[in-house]
Design a protein around this ligand. Structure first.
Ligand code: C5P
Length: 230
């Protein structure tokens, strides 16, 4: 188990590229995130391989289905040995409680966090879904619902972190993407914060992809980020 607060996002089209990068990283210096593309291509075998190499893995599959199906999927992910997994808060209280109950029965209980409103969604998108709250109100409402349903935290923008920290307390885990070290390319991210700014705003864990995965020397890039927040 690493103490690092950096989760490296393995946004690769295949396992070979992901493993090539992971061989350059140290499991004591970071955790890893596997999302839908890599998981759909490589399946549980890659997750198990990385866990066997001592990496903590966040399985970012954002489950959203009927409670029984989500609970079973969460149980299956816990059996793989993942460190963290997630569901959509908009699946509702019964779904989230069923997921927590399923994880309570596992021997190795991962952290369960919720996605509130995807940062790709605009106010107009919410209106089309019949939601009249502002994006911010909806994020706060869903984060409160996730906490009341027993979840450990939420994925959120670092810009939302200080308000969520105030509303939901120190223990509720905030996992934030959209992080860029000073003087690096922001790529397609619009509302960015540096690692230190995000930690100061209340983030527990930083999801960071390209600033590490596309660096000439990924380990040095990771070390510099860790040094900036330690
Ligand atoms: O390369 P970069 O650091 O931008 O990667 C960020 C990762 O976090 C990507 O996997 C992206 O899909 C994910 N993410 C995000 N914004 C969100 C939720 C997830 O950038 N709101």
């Amino acid at each position: 188990m690493s103490n690092s607060r950096v989760i490296v996002s393995l946004d690769f089209p295949d396992g070979k590229q992901a493993l090539d990068l992971c061989q350059k990283l140290d499991p004591a210096s970071c955790k890893l995130k596997i999302g839908k593309e890599l998981f759909t291509r490589e399946g549980p075998a890659l997750v198990e391989k990385l866990i066997a190499s001592d990496f903590d893995v966040f399985l970012d599959l954002k489950y959203h289905d009927i409670p029984n199906t989500v609970a079973s999927a969460c149980h299956a992910a816990a059996d793989l040995g993942v460190w963290m997994l997630n569901v959509h808060a908009s699946g509702g209280r019964t779904m989230m409680e069923a997921a927590c109950e399923a994880l309570d029965k596992t021997s190795h209980k991962p952290l369960l966090i919720a996605v509130t409103i995807l940062t790709s969604m605009s106010q107009e998108d919410l209106v089309e879904l019949g939601i009249t709250n502002s994006v911010e109100e909806q994020v706060i409402m869903l984060a409160n619902l996730a906490k009341a349903s027993g979840l450990n935290g939420v994925v959120c923008s670092a810009k939302e972190a200080s308000r969520l920290r105030t509303e939901l307390g120190e223990e509720f885990c905030l996992v934030t993407p959209g992080i860029r070290p000073a003087n690096t390319n922001s790529d397609d991210q619009k509302r960015i914060m540096t690692p230190a700014e995000a930690i100061n705003a209340g983030s527990h864990y930083l999801v960071i992809g390209r600033p590490i995965t596309k660096a000439d020397d990924p380990l040095s890039a990771l070390d510099a980020i860790n040094a900036s927040i330690n």
